[in-house]
Design a protein around this ligand. Structure first.
Ligand SMILES: [Zn+2]
Length: 305
């Protein structure tokens, strides 16, 4: 075999591999992670995850994706497997990529979330939140009718349906001020919402770093093996630990700059390259500056105390 032939074959193989990977990267995929517990991960446009549980008494849906169009795809996945009704829909937090599909599940009559999610979605600023998502050029955003939860809780709530037991927990602020994560003790499984991003920089636009770290520590201390994150593939406990470490590193680096009396732009210039190198395999690097800014804001306020 000549070197040229080998090169052509190698190139063909690489192109083929890339082409075969592309649809999987873009299209949402449904994985049965445990018996009757399905996670839909990735997706076109925005890659927020959805979980649905098919019990013998009906279906529970957790997070409804970014648009009715995307939510209809979830409904199709459910209907391919069961005709049972959707009994409960749960939002892990108010962000549009987890709630803008709610209207498709309105038939369940029960959309559950932390009480601050209701506040965020009935607030006039919810329209700005939707407008921001519309700038991302995601198909079907014009059909979104913001649909707030109609059952809310404050600290915790438990659901028993068809042999499945879900513990909804709010440990205080973190990714937002209304985060819910869901434990299924019998399955040693936690559905984290956006308290965990897998191999990508988190969105931190309305985050609280210290409280987020506390929530992750609590999660880490629980008896769990399977982690369904808000974004990215399903995994094990290292997903929680990696997210916590990222926030601790971000906090440490930003505080060091604050102690030296550096400005925000100086802090960004110093911290950005360190994080980029340490987390070179993570996606969504465009969020880094926002992450540094949010930590800078939080710790400059705390330094002043
Ligand atoms: Zn979010």
């Amino acid at each position: 075999m000549t070197g040229k032939t080998l090169k052509t074959i190698t190139l063909g193989w690489v192109v083929g591999l890339i082409l075969s990977l592309c649809p999987q990267i873009l299209a949402a995929k449904t994985v049965e992670v445990l018996p009757n517990i399905f996670a839909i991960v990735d997706g076109e446009g925005v890659d927020s995850n959805t979980t649905f549980i098919i019990t013998k008494e009906g279906v529970i849906v957790i997070d409804t994706r970014v648009s009715p169009k995307e939510a209809e795809k979830v409904m199709t996945e459910i209907r391919q497997r069961t005709d049972l009704p959707i009994v409960y829909t749960i939002n892990t937090h108010y962000h549009g990529d987890h709630t803008f599909g709610n209207q498709v599940f309105k038939g369940s009559k029960t959309i559950i979330a932390h009480k601050n999610v209701l506040q965020s979605l009935i607030d006039p600023s919810a329209k700005d939140h939707l407008a921001k998502f519309k700038t991302f050029n995601i198909p079907g955003m014009d059909e979104v009718k913001i649909t707030p939860p109609n059952v809310v809780y404050e600290k915790g709530m438990e659901i028993f349906l068809g042999g499945y037991h879900l513990r909804l927990i709010h440990r205080g602020r973190g990714h937002t001020d209304g985060d819910t994560f869901i434990y299924m003790n019998e399955w040693r499984t936690v559905i984290t919402g956006d308290l965990v991003f897998n191999k990508q920089f988190p969105y931190m636009g309305d985050a609280y770093v210290d409280e987020w770290i506390d929530a992750l520590q609590f999660m880490e201390d629980q008896d769990n093996e399977l982690i369904i994150p808000g974004h990215g593939d399903v995994g094990g406990k290292p997903l929680i630990i990696a997210m916590k470490h990222y926030l601790l590193v971000l906090k440490g680096l930003v505080r060091k700059q604050l102690e030296k009396g550096k400005t925000l732009s100086e802090t960004k210039a110093a911290v950005r390259p360190v994080l980029l190198e340490k987390y070179s395999g993570w996606k969504k690097q465009e969020r880094l500056d926002g992450n540094i800014e949010r930590a800078f804001l939080e710790y400059s306020l705390k330094e002043g105390l």
